[in-house]
Design a protein around this ligand. Structure first.
Ligand code: SF4
Ligand code: SF4
Ligand code: SF4
Length: 277
């Protein structure tokens, strides 16, 4: 680690101890006024009751999003694990045996954990028992991007919240800012937890001291492919991916025809991941 990076980490550590964390950070970052939020504010007019409206006409630029149909995951209980496995393999996500070292891009969690703002009262047991696939929401108004001092995390031209691992100084401000806990920090060198003979050579491995998370398969989307998790679901349409800014896209059709929910809509982050429950 070079001296500049070490010095910054010291400052970052002091700031964290001084109380830069938790809800206060989220509140400030979500309500702050930055160029990212100004961009997102254009979309805010379309928000109704914390949910993004889909009535607007085509907007310039892309905003990729995803609809996850939990009914399909209930029908095929093996599908969730297949998604996690394909994502981990595609992105060389290390498998550390100890929980504290864990790196996660996509995983299954309980309904109550995933949808903390939605009433759990008298929900049918089938829904409550169904595990929910969670990943970075690629928020249209992402507090993690505003928190990052080096622009190592940024929103790209497709609306994907991406990472430049080489710019990451490991301060973990983005982790404190993400209200969904969707980022992981490499406490250890991830390459030691990978079988280097089986890695995907098309995707970079990371190093100790950087943050990582789901990247909406930007490397595949850039080549005109679907994300790996969408592909592994085959014809089930358990996950539909597409451009939310295109009113003629399949994802917009799915959103129009189904009632969907987002995670923690009241925070104003405008998640680009929607769920059919
Ligand atoms: S889910 Fe978290 S990490 Fe992903 S864009 Fe939103 S705030 Fe950032
Ligand atoms: S991506 Fe996160 S850990 Fe890396 S520099 Fe930005 S805020 Fe710090
Ligand atoms: S979009 Fe890509 S990176 Fe994100 S969970 Fe799916 S496979 Fe993983």
């Amino acid at each position: 680690m070079d001296k500049k990076r070490r010095d910054f980490l010291k400052i970052a550590g002091v700031s964290t101890l001084a109380g830069l964390g938790g809800t206060a950070v989220v509140d400030r970052l979500v309500s702050g006024t930055s160029p990212v939020q100004s961009e997102a504010a254009k979309h805010a007019d379309n928000a109704q009751g914390g949910h993004d409206s889909h009535q607007e006409e085509a907007k310039s630029g892309n905003r990729y999003g995803m609809v996850i149909d939990l009914r399909e995951f209930k029908k095929d209980p093996a599908l969730g694990d297949k998604v996690v496995e394909v994502c981990n393999h595609t992105h060389n996500v290390p498998d550390f045996p100890k929980k504290k070292d864990e790196i996660k891009w996509v995983w299954l969690t309980g309904y109550e954990n995933a949808f903390t703002e939605h009433s759990q009262n008298y929900k049918d047991q089938g829904t409550l028992d169904n595990e929910v696939l969670v990943m970075c929401n690629h928020c249209d108004n992402p507090p993690c991007v505003r928190a990052c001092p080096t622009r190592a995390t940024f929103k790209n031209a497709d609306g994907i919240v991406a990472m430049d691992y080489h710019r990451c100084i490991g301060c973990r401000f983005c982790m404190a800012a993400c209200p969904y806990g969707m980022r992981s920090f490499n406490w250890r060198d991830p390459r030691f937890a990978l079988d280097m003979n089986k890695i995907n050579k098309e995707f970079p491995t990371r190093m100790r001291g950087v943050v990582e998370k789901c990247n909406f398969c930007a490397e595949r989307v850039g080549l005109g492919k679907q994300p790996a998790c969408v592909e592994v679901c085959g014809s089930s349409k358990a996950i539909v991916f597409g451009n939310l800014n295109d009113p003629k896209s399949e994802i917009r059709k799915v959103l129009k025809e189904n009632y969907t929910i987002q995670r923690k809509p009241s925070l104003g982050t405008h998640p680009s991941v929607f769920y059919i429950v």
